[in-house]
Design a protein around this ligand. Structure first.
Ligand code: ASP
Ligand code: MG
Length: 407
């Protein structure tokens, strides 16, 4: 008998009606003869509601207590789902993260899973029980409740699937799969039947919000077959796979991601000598600010311009810090822009096809969109543009790379 792990997100268990619908789905899968482990999120909006209450009492959010609080959201849904399954004549059992023993480090609010003791779950599965586990939470070695970071139920599901060597980990959500672009922007966007793990990793980190990035990393590490599908309608969803079994006709590009959560900063007239990049970025890193793209120009007059992007929420802090660094380095000054967006084309086909970047740049030029920065990896090309052109760029690229055509 194979083990299947299914994860249902907040909107999928957002009401009594929805919980009953999930119970129906689970009982069908169970009837198909698989052993089932279900991971659920809190009802949609619940984690935020709890955090809002906490902030009203203490805006500093004591980390340990915040985890005790927010973990209750998932405790509600595991119990309700089990009740719905039991009512359908099935044997079901709920477990909190700590009860399973999903062991994590001690970083409250962003804990990492260290080990999963699956003995209790295996025993129950062998007795024919359906197991329902609270996502997003674990326990540290002192017995403190920890949580895994927002959207962390995906990570819980993938980690359980890895520990149990599940045949498949199904992530049920409110979309029916991974799309070639955001369908709200590109009506012709298509659901992909299959996307490679590497592509999914890039798409998630570049702004496609279907799967939490850490869950994708986790899946890759343990090669967990992952499928994203809708809990609202039947369908095959999108399989995240580890080998490319695609026909040669397939488009070179798998999809297009966009992200308007970044800002860029430039320090101009920096003296061109060793250690400067380290001085600048070291100070930014010390503040815990993540840098994404980095460009340093060729020095013309013994000075150079140094540009990089940061999360938009860190823009003001980074700018203030950079002004100080600029004075220390006797640079000319600091400029910045927080109205930019990153648009990326992603596909493993790039490894064997040339001309992807060129087609991307030609397409943007045709639309009169100016490229401010470029970065590439083996399987993606990203550009920074003015954020007001994001939708235009995504639509034009989707068409240029023929992603609207069924391959
Ligand atoms: N309930 C948690 C959150 O909203 C975890 C999850 O939904 O995956 O972040
Ligand atoms: Mg949620």
């Amino acid at each position: 008998m194979s083990i299947i792990v299914e994860k249902y997100g907040g909107t999928s268990v957002g009401s009594i009606e929805r919980i009953n619908a999930v119970a129906e789905k689970v009982s069908k899968s169970y009837a198909a003869g698989d052993q089932m482990v279900i991971v659920v999120s809190a009802m949609s909006g619940e984690t935020n509601r709890l955090l809002e209450m906490a902030k009203e009492i203490n805006p500093h959010l004591p980390a340990r207590e915040a985890d005790v609080l927010v973990s209750t959201g998932e405790q509600v849904t595991i119990a309700l789902l089990c009740m719905a399954l039991i009512k359908r004549g099935l044997q079901a059992r709920s477990y909190t993260g700590g009860q399973v023993r999903i062991e994590t480090d001690t970083s409250h609010g962003r804990a990492r899973i260290r080990n999963i003791d699956d003995s209790r779950i295996r025993r129950d599965l062998d007795e024919g029980k359906i197991i329902v586990v609270a996502g997003y939470q674990g326990v540290d070695n002192e017995g403190n409740i920890t949580t895994l970071g927002r959207g962390g139920s995906d990570v819980s599901a993938v980690a359980l699937a890895a520990a149990l060597k599940a045949l498949e980990c199904r992530i049920y959500t409110d979309v029916d799969g991974v799309y070639t672009a955001d369908p709200r922007i590109v009506p012709e966007a298509r659901r992909m039947d299959e996307v490679t793990f590497e592509e999914m990793l890039e798409l998630s980190s570049l702004g496609a919000k279907v799967l939490q990035i850490r869950s994708v990393e986790f899946a890759g590490k343990y090669k967990v077959p992952l499928r994203v599908l809708s809990s609202f309608e039947d369908g095959p969803g999108t399989l995240i796979s580890y080998e490319v079994k695609r026909n040669m006709e397939r488009a070179v590009i798998a999809g297009i991601a966009h992200n308007a959560d970044e800002a860029k900063l430039t320090i101009t007239g920096v003296p061109d000598h060793p250690g400067v990049a380290h001085t600048i970025l070291g100070r930014i890193a010390k503040k815990g600010i993540n840098v994404d793209m980095i460009i340093q120009n060729v020095a013309a007059d013994k000075t150079t311009d140094f540009t990089f992007t940061v999360p938009r929420t860190d823009y003001e802090n980074a700018k203030t810090l950079l002004k100080k660094v600029s004075t220390e380095l006797a640079a000319r000054g600091v400029t910045g822009d927080n109205t930019i967006a990153k648009v990326s084309v992603v596909g493993v086909g790039m490894r064997s096809h040339t001309g992807v970047a060129d087609l991307m740049f030609a397409t943007l030029a045709q639309e009169g969109i100016n490229i401010r920065m470029i970065s590439t990896s083996e399987i993606k090309v990203s550009v920074i543009i003015d954020d007001k052109y994001t939708e235009l760029a995504v639509r034009a690229l989707h068409k240029a790379f023929e992603l609207d055509q069924k391959k």
